[in-house]
Design a protein around this ligand. Sequence first.
Ligand code: ZN
Length: 85
Amino acid sequence: MADDIIFTLRGIKVMQYISCDICKKMINSPAHGRNYFTVRDKHICKKCKHAADREIQDKFEAEGESYNFIEKKDQYWAEITERCE
Ligand SMILES: [Zn+2]
């Protein structure tokens, strides 16, 4: 019993905890590129990343601009940081 508790505590210690900078929720079993993404120094869960990508793309398209991530990466970053606040 005691051994089990120690093992669990060790498990928690070595586990990497990452929380989403947008929704502030903990990401379970973080796997980069799978269930979370990194935009500069921000960690973003899959759900927020998809939602942000869609909204940012819609915003550019609504302004009559074509969406090109490379061209728009500064604006993309600005939109992401805005969501992280
Ligand atoms: Zn999130």
